[in-house]
Design a protein around this ligand. Structure first.
Ligand SMILES: Cc1cc2nc3c(=O)[nH]c(=O)nc-3n(C[C@H](O)[C@H](O)[C@H](O)COP(=O)(O)OP(=O)(O)OC[C@H]3O[C@@H](n4cnc5c(N)ncnc54)[C@H](O)[C@@H]3O)c2cc1C
Ligand SMILES: NC(=O)c1ccc[n+]([C@@H]2O[C@H](COP(=O)([O-])OP(=O)(O)OC[C@H]3O[C@@H](n4cnc5c(N)ncnc54)[C@H](OP(=O)(O)O)[C@@H]3O)[C@@H](O)[C@H]2O)c1
Ligand SMILES: C/C(=C\Cc1cc(O)c2ccccc2c1O)CCC[C@H](C)CCC[C@H](C)CCCC(C)C
Length: 397
């Protein structure tokens, strides 16, 4: 008698979900064991978020940073479904989708990532721009285009949050806007990039200073209006006129995750075992920004693409192991370092014993990210474009 084909349903096609799907499709399934793999995402495009800034400067094109799932998965056994996940019935093992039929599963992967909380100060939801998705990048691009085409002498931009996103955005936008830009970076703490290695923080401070980005440290945003931002510094309130406010502070889990009946931490993240299984639900795996995971050594896994990318390998392996009666592996997070863009020809990186900044770091970061992109076909297309585009641009000048 033949056994029924197992169905693996993966919710969310970001760093956690897409790479889990790709790894699963490459694993050595024996005849009759090969499962059905379904990837569900609300968007039709995957986003390689570390390179999202490059859309604002025109250094990269949308197809490079955010390829269509249909293209990425065309030579694999993974089936893609574009739909919004609205709930999960864990008893019946069914995923509920908006305007789509339910999907049953034998193994489920939760990888829905996070959202930018715009409800932290009055006015942010209406007037501040988040920066996380391709839609966010395109919206911001459009606003910048309108400001650049206006007859205003200066373009005043406030970026809230002196973490990685805020610093990288400030550097790229300063380069894009040039002499017309008036940028300020607003940080609640007494320094930017609190969790970065000293080398990267110093390189970032140097780059921001060279580009004339104004740093507001120990400053809290009190409210945001259409054309102003109110800041509190040492108990004093100051309202400054601005043309654009970008909000990069915080990550919250998607509302649907909160509705699920799993053990969650205070921030709503789902608590997992080191094998990346949801507590009391060994058939469900969770990874990436929505998961609260301590690895095999008990270290807290950070909510980064680097971590989700590594977890994807283990998730795929453990699903394969669970379906083929093999032992599961506990996840071991390896912090390899960090890289940051600091403008159109500058970056900084610290990792694997190497510290590098300037244009060499810019090149190394690009190559390291090319290597991390999903599928050889996409890497090849993008790599080829990076080699050929400068030649075509030079010839057409
Ligand atoms: C601008 C920016 C730059 C970054 N740069 C870096 C970096 O250089 N290095 C680094 O390590 N980290 C970086 N990060 C953090 C990194 O992007 C996240 O930690 C990582 O993407 C988390 O992976 P994930 O799979 O959990 O979620 P995501 O990659 O966010 O994927 C979640 C997916 O779920 C989908 N989804 C969400 N809700 C639903 C729903 N209800 N139904 C269907 N689909 C849904 C989304 O469309 C998305 O495709 C950056 C983040 C940002 C915003
Ligand atoms: N190059 C990279 O490696 C990279 C790039 C982007 C994102 N990421 C990852 O993605 C995640 C999110 O990063 P992020 O930079 O987007 O966001 P983030 O980590 O939430 O950083 C936000 C920054 O804003 C500050 N802040 C908090 N509340 C504030 C307020 N009310 N007003 C002003 N500033 C405030 C924070 O200060 P405190 O730290 O003092 O709270 C922090 O410096 C992180 O895990 C990060 O590692 C990595
Ligand atoms: C710091 C490094 C990796 C960590 C890392 C960071 C991320 O932001 C990620 C995002 C998404 C997925 C994964 C990661 C991630 O793993 C990489 C360190 C790189 C090395 C220090 C050197 C890189 C070598 C170059 C590829 C070759 C450069 C040659 C020359 C200098 C031009």
């Amino acid at each position: 008698m033949t056994e029924k084909t197992a169905r693996i349903c993966i919710l969310g096609g970001g760093f956690g979900g897409l790479y889990t799907a790709l790894r699963l499709s490459q694993l050595p399934w024996e005849n009759g064991e090969k499962p059905e793999i379904i990837l569900v995402d609300q968007s039709d495009r995957y986003v390689f978020s570390p390179l999202l800034y490059e859309l604002l400067t025109g250094e990269l094109q949308t197809w490079e940073v955010a390829p269509f799932f249909a293209e990425l998965l065309q030579n694999t056994s993974v089936r893609f479904s574009q739909a919004v996940v609205s709930g999960i019935d864990t008893k019946k093992q069914l995923v509920q989708l908006q305007d789509h039929p339910e999907i049953s599963y034998d193994r489920l992967v939760l990888a829905l990532g996070g959202e930018t909380p715009l409800d932290m100060v009055p006015g942010a939801t209406s007037y501040a721009y988040p920066f996380r998705t391709v839609t966010d990048a395109h919206r911001l691009q459009e606003r910048l285009r309108i400001l650049e085409q206006s007859d205003a002498d200066k373009i005043r931009v406030a970026i809230v949050g002196g973490g990685y996103s805020g610093v990288e955005l400030a550097c790229k936008l300063a380069d894009r806007l040039g002499e017309r830009g008036r940028l300020r970076l607003i940080e609640i703490g007494d320094q930017i990039l609190r969790t970065s290695p000293e080398f990267n923080r110093e390189a970032a401070k140097k780059a921001l200073a060279a580009k004339g980005v104004f740093l507001d440290l120990e400053t809290k945003v009190e409210s945001i209006k259409q054309d102003s931002i109110s800041l509190e510094y040492k108990n004093q309130l100051d309202t400054i006129p601005v043309d654009l406010v970008i909000w990069t502070v915080g990550t919250k889990v998607a509302p649907v995750v909160k509705t699920l009946n799993f053990k969650q931490n205070q921030r709503g993240q789902i608590i997992t075992t080191p094998t990346l299984q949801v507590l009391d639900h060994s058939e469900i795996f969770a990874l990436g920004d929505l998961a609260d995971c301590r690895d095999a050594e008990g270290q807290q896994v950070p909510a980064t693409a680097q971590a989700a990318f590594q977890q994807a390998d283990y998730t795929a392996w453990n699903i394969w192991a669970s379906l083929t009666n093999r032992p599961l592996l506990p996840f071991r997070y390896q912090h390899l370092g960090e890289m940051m863009a600091l403008g159109q020809d500058n970056a900084t990186l610290t990792g694997l014993g190497i510290k590098l900044d300037g244009s060499l770091a810019y090149l190394a970061r690009r190559l390291a990210y090319l290597y991390r992109m999903p599928t050889y076909e996409h890497q090849l297309k993008v790599g080829f474009n990076w080699l050929v585009r400068p030649i075509i641009d030079t010839l057409s000048r």
